[in-house]
Design a binder for this molecule. Structure first.
Ligand SMILES: N[C@@H]1[C@@H](O)[C@H](O)[C@@H](COP(=O)(O)O)O[C@@H]1O
Length: 246
C-alpha cells in the first residue's frame, strides 16, 4: 500500500485527481471505476478543471460505477447516476453511452446484478478503481459481514450507513434500505485502486483498513492484499494510524 498524506481535503482532492489523470493520459481509452459520496467531489472538480484547461480528454474513456440505491431512478437527485452526471459527466467530454451505473429501477435483484456483471466482464477490466470509505469500513456498498462478496449483489444497508447517508435526504425514512453494489472480488481485480478519505470520522475505519487484520468485518481491509493500492487521505483521516507514513 502506498499512503499519501494530504494536508486537508483540497490537497487530498488535487493529489488523488492527479493520479487518476495520469491513468487517463497514459491510456485515453481506459476504463475508470468510479465512486460517489462527498469525498470524491473535489477530485472530480479537479478533473473537470483539467478538462477545461485542455489537459484531459474523456472522449474515449469508459466508466463503471461502484453502486446504486435499489429503487431510485437516474432522475432522482439522490441516485448515484444523478450524482455522476451532476458532479462529472455533464462537465467533461465523456460519451454518456460509455458510462455505467447499476440499474436501480430493476426490481429483480438477480437480473440487475447479472446485467451489471455482464457489463463489467465485457469491459475487460478496470484500469483504476476509485473508492471512498464508509465509517464502518465499507467500500462501494459492501457492508461488514462474514465473507467477502465476489461480484455484483444486492445488500441491506446497515444502520450506520443509513445514518451516515441520511444527510443527503430530506428525512431518514427516505434513505433506501437496499443497494446494488460491485463485489469485493471485482474491486480487487482492478489494475489499480485509489482510495480517498478525509476527516476524523473516517480515522477509525482507515486505521483498521491499513493496519488491522484482513477481515470482512472491515471490508476495506482486503485492500492490504491488492498489489497496487494508493490511499490519499488527509491528516485527520490518518490520525489513528500508528505506523510511520512517508
Ligand atoms: N456507497 C457510498 C460509498 O461508495 C462511499 O464511499 C461512502 C462514503 O461516503 P462519503 O464520501 O460521503 O463519506 O458512502 C456511500 O455509502
Amino acid at each position: 500500500m502506498r499512503i499519501i498524506k494530504a494536508k486537508d481535503y483540497d490537497d487530498m482532492s488535487r493529489k488523488a485527481a492527479n493520479i487518476m489523470a495520469s491513468v487517463i493520459t497514459l491510456d485515453p481509452s481506459c476504463t475508470l471505476g468510479l465512486a460517489t459520496g462527498s469525498t470524491p467531489i473535489g477530485l472530480y472538480k479537479n478533473l473537470i478543471a483539467a478538462y477545461e484547461n485542455g489537459n484531459l480528454d474523456f472522449s474515449k474513456v469508459h466508466s463503471i460505477n461502484l453502486d446504486e440505491y435499489k429503487g431510485l431512478s437516474g432522475d432522482n437527485d439522490q441516485s448515484y447516476r444523478y450524482f455522476m452526471n451532476h458532479n462529472l459527466f455533464d462537465y467533461v467530454n465523456i460519451d454518456k453511452a460509455n458510462t455505467n451505473v447499476p440499474n436501480g429501477l430493476e426490481p429483480d435483484s438477480d437480473k440487475a446484478c447479472e446485467a451489471y456483471n455482464e457489463i463489467i466482464h465485457a469491459a475487460g477490466g478496470i484500469d483504476i478503481q476509485l473508492l471512498g470509505l464508509g465509517r464502518n469500513g465499507h467500500i462501494g456498498f459492501n457492508e461488514p459481514c462474514d465473507h467477502f462478496p465476489k461480484e455484483t449483489h444486492c445488500v441491506d444497508l446497515t444502520a450506520s450507513t443509513i445514518d451516515a447517508n441520511k444527510r443527503f435526504f430530506e428525512k431518514e425514512e427516505d434513505v433506501p434500505r437496499q443497494a446494488y453494489t460491485m463485489g469485493i472480488q471485482t474491486i480487487m481485480q482492478a489494475k489499480k485502486v485509489l482510495l480517498v478519505a478525509s476527516g476524523a470520522d473516517k480515522a477509525d475505519a482507515l486505521a483498521k483498513t491499513i493496519e488491522g487484520p484482513v477481515t470482512p468485518e472491515v471490508p476495506a481491509s482486503i485492500l492490504q492484499f491488492h498489489p497496487d493500492v494508493t490511499i490519499v487521505a488527509d491528516e485527520a483521516a490518518l490520525s489513528l494510524v500508528k505506523g510511520n507514513i512517508d
